[in-house]
Design a protein around this ligand. Structure first.
Ligand code: GAR
Length: 198
């Protein structure tokens, strides 16, 4: 069984997609051992708890400085003893100590086709605003391994999604989630759990 720790900041629809895929057997050999959020009010925590999954908030607001927060976050991850860390809409820069310790065992979902609309400052709705501003006709989502950079690690899966003429950032975000993110993130976890990715 692959022990997965999922890190979230907000609504948690990607977390939901992972939990649903485990229930339906689209992800096998996998167990979510802990969900961690930097945001106490994240609905994602409710989603996890309603499934009986251990869900913990580690908020920077509770720590005097970033260093102490980073240490607490690292401890919280370590306690769960994960084989894989999944960043599913985690809008916090991951501490270097976690990146180093779990090298090759952290994946992230990003709502664009990397290397477009990624890197520092590109997260959530901003990614889709930038895509619409640039006038691209195709966008999508990417699952990649996490390294020291922002959205720079090796790409595992990508899926393209059409941009429609009347799209707003919100309608585009929703389509990218439905047609790409909620499919390729569970798929990547399944592949890792079943030794299909090195
Ligand atoms: C998702 O669209 C995810 O791709 C994005 O945040 C959203 C979280 O939604 N992540 C990033 O932008 C990371 N750079 P969710 O909480 O409903 O899964």
């Amino acid at each position: 069984m692959l022990r997965v720790c999922v890190c979230v900041s907000g609504g948690g629809t990607n977390l939901q997609a992972i939990m649903d895929a485990i229930d339906s057997g689209r992800i096998t050999n996998t167990q979510i051992v802990r969900v961690i959020s930097n945001n106490k009010g994240a609905f994602a925590l409710e989603r996890a708890r309603s499934k009986g999954i251990d869900a913990v908030a580690v908020s920077p607001k509770d720590y005097e400085d970033r260093e102490l927060f980073n240490e607490a976050l690292t401890r919280c991850v370590d306690e769960a003893g994960p084989d894989l860390i999944v960043l599913a809409g985690f809008l916090v820069v991951l501490p270097m100590m976690i990146i180093k310790k779990y090298e090759g065992r952290i994946i992230n979902i990003h709502p664009s086709l990397i290397p477009s609309f990624c890197g520092k400052g590109f997260y959530g709705l901003r990614v889709h605003e930038a895509a619409l501003e640039r006038g691209v006709k195709v966008t999508g989502a990417t699952v990649h391994f996490v390294d020291e950079g922002t959205d720079t690690g090796p790409i595992i899966l990508q899926k393209a999604v059409e941009v429609l003429p009347d799209d707003t950032p919100k309608t585009l975000q929703q389509r990218v989630m439905e047609q790409a993110e909620w499919q390729i993130l569970p798929q990547a976890i399944h592949m890792i759990a079943n030794g299909q990715i090195k």
